[in-house]
Design a protein around this ligand. Sequence first.
Ligand code: KG4
Ligand code: ZN
Length: 343
Amino acid sequence: MRVLGIETSCDETSAAVVERDNNSVRLRGLTIWSQDVHRIFGGVVPELASRAHLTAIAPVVEDALQQAGVTLAEIDGIAVTCGPGLMGALLVGVAWAKTVAWRERLPLIGVHHLEGHLFAPTLEMDDVTPPFTALLVSGGHTLVLDVPTWGEYQLLGQTRDDAAGEAFDKVGSLLGLEYPAGAAIEKLAATGNGKRFPFPRPLIKEGLDFSFSGLKTAVLRAVQKSDNLDRDRADIARGFQDAAIDVLVTKTIRAADEFDRSLIVIGGGVACNKALADAMVAAAPPARRRVAVASPRLNTDNAAMIAAAGSWRLMRGERDGNDLEARDALPLPGLIRSSEVSA
Ligand code: KG4
Ligand code: ZN
């Protein structure tokens, strides 16, 4: 089955073609057009994002099809991110997908953006299959999930305030780095001394929820106190990254222990952070546990992961109609909260 994926939930206009054969899904073409218009504003401006998606979507799809060496006539289904995300941005992708699916008489499936992130490693590794523990860390979400089977997600922990990626971006702004700052912080941190700024590890001893706002405030104080930020910048970045990673890894391992899972999947933009993956591997010795992370290009927002998740749902016979709606807030399909499980 050959599926065209569309992703327009935030500031990346992306299209991809994947081919699925049962549990094996392979990438045939992927185009990601990252909108540059937001840079000067230090964050994504929703109205500008929608307009940029409108201009970009047709050529982006054309490019992905060309890479795959196919035309629309050779596509078997369309998968599109229908939420969560920026309403106006999502609408562009959903309207486009609905129109083309109707015109070409193709099956259509709406995909939850985070389910897409979960499927990203399956594009590179056939043996990434449930059961596993998942850490989803993006600009908008921080979740620990138990995944007993595809389509069933038990929510074990989430952030009480900022998302992990948001914390990286806010700390980046305190350090005078451009948005989004995750990759720049990782680069700076690699040259920094983590011992100079031993920042707090919020909630590390309690349960599986996260909180990053106290850590961000501690960084703010360190920046305010510094009499030479050029000297301290890398050390502060390192101190922050070490603290954030320590919390993310500790909670994920705790969840994997609790459910006795031998596979851990890390997904979302923050999964591009090599220090996070390395720390997870170090905490989960390979003899006992495997850590699966997709390549950076498949971890930040892209349509390949949407096509991977959508093709799995299409393969099961799921279909959406022309009434598919974009939703800015959308619960993960098949999500069970732990409170509901124990109740
Ligand atoms: O998943 P994603 O592309 O978009 C959302 O769905 O939010 O994630 C973007 C987030 C940004 O906050 C960005 O700073 C962060 O991922 N990020 C990183 C790294 N690369 C991207 N955070 C830490 N280290 C990185 N190397
Ligand atoms: Zn994302």
